[in-house]
Write a protein that binds this ligand. Structure first.
Ligand code: MG
Length: 379
């Protein structure tokens, strides 16, 4: 059950001895407000290995585990949780994240509400390290949301009931496996099918042999020829596919722009989009973008990317890596304003340690917990 605002703040105040500008009264006219204290932020982190329920295969690789870094930022007795997920193809690892997180000093910051200043410092500390940076960003957002006793979708002003359906991902596999996984995914009202591995028709036909739900496809840069790609997109539309993700190599702007112009389906950038600075050159080349916290250093920049893409009239998809409910619940805070969600990362693993967002009737369903909307259920 959610702690009510009054008891939460009261308990926190007593535990931490933090002063407020004014006290909380029954009529609500006078609200408490955290003030900077003499104490700096305390960042801790530990490596963790996610166990995948199934071997996960996309056009470029296969794996059974994902390395993540779990972070905590503590201030005045309140702890925010964060996570950085590091699938091997993105170049980060436990080693690189340990090096990065050991190099930053958050104790110099005495006021967690200065998110922009703190996260500018973290981003400038070293180039790259986007997932490690996201692990700090998410923990800081969780901390600040807890101090305000509100989840971030409310702080940003979004309506929890407007969350979209989420896809569940079916990886590239043999026909029998694809059919079995699709049957297992029957609670989902939409599926994402990985293609681009040379058996596209077989993948779609296998999925379609057991379900009629709308599909999206993720080619993961697997297609090479633009005319063949266009023919395939027309065929995919007839199969009930609603969008196509990353058809060509992320550097191939010419063929992508041509396909987008001629395609009956939206063409979405995933590998081609990392940081907010990429959005400008993708506008006009792709119909939309797949934003993931682990690519763009976390919630602060993801929020800006989604809002900017919307203002450019681009389609928006909120995605994730394989993550615990920490990462997916943080991403889910933005889901009320996106066109589509692909927030199934926590469902692909067998050793989650958080309780947070859920999928109810196929729809992203936000928890009522403050911060990023999670509770730690295991250590
Ligand atoms: Mg993708």
């Amino acid at each position: 059950m959610r702690t009510n605002r009054r008891s939460f703040i009261g308990a926190t105040t007593m535990a931490a001895g933090v002063g407020f500008l004014s006290s909380f009264t029954k009529d609500g006219k006078s609200l408490p407000r955290y003030q900077p204290s003499g104490n700096g932020l305390k960042l801790t982190f530990r490596p963790y290995e996610l166990q995948l329920r199934h071997t996960f295969t996309i056009a470029s690789n296969s794996r059974t585990t994902t390395a993540v870094m779990l972070t905590e930022i503590e201030w005045e007795g309140v702890t925010g949780y964060g996570e950085g997920s590091m699938p091997p193809y993105l170049g980060e690892s436990h080693q690189t994240a340990t090096k990065f997180l050991s190099s930053i000093d958050l104790s110099q910051f005495k006021d967690p509400f200065r998110l922009e200043e703190i996260l500018d410092y973290v981003d400038a500390a070293m180039p790259g390290n986007c997932a490690a940076k996201a692990s700090v960003d998410i923990a800081l957002h969780d901390l600040v949301g807890k101090l305000l006793n509100q989840p971030w979708h409310r702080i940003w002003g979004y309506s929890a009931e407007k969350t979209p359906l989420t896809t569940f991902t079916i990886g590239i596999d043999k026909k029998e496996e694809v059919i079995a996984k699709t049957k297992e995914a029957s609670p989902f009202k939409t599926l994402k099918v990985k293609i681009g591995g040379g058996n596209d028709e077989e993948m779609i036909n296998s999925v379609r042999s057991v379900t009629n739900v709308p599909l999206s496809v993720d080619v993961n840069q697997g297609w090479k020829d633009r005319q063949q790609a266009l023919d395939k997109v027309h065929w995919l539309k007839e199969q009930g596919v609603v969008f196509v993700e990353q058809p060509f190599d992320k550097h191939n702007f010419d063929d992508t722009a041509w396909l987008t112009q001629n395609s009956p389906l939206p063409i979405i950038a995933d590998e081609a989009l990392q940081r907010i600075g990429d959005l400008d050159k993708l506008h006009g080349v792709y119909s939309g973008i797949n934003c993931k916290l682990m690519k763009c250093t976390g919630m602060r920049e993801a929020h800006k990317i989604i809002e900017m893409a919307r203002s450019l009239k681009m389609k928006t998809l909120m995605g994730c890596m394989t993550e615990t409910s920490c990462g997916t619940s943080a991403a889910a805070q933005l889901s009320p304003i996106v066109d589509w969600a692909d927030l199934d990362g926590n469902l692909l693993i067998s050793n989650d340690i958080f309780d947070g967002m859920k999928v109810v009737d196929g729809k992203v369903t936000l928890s009522d917990f403050p911060g990023i909307g999670i509770k730690k259920i295991n250590s």
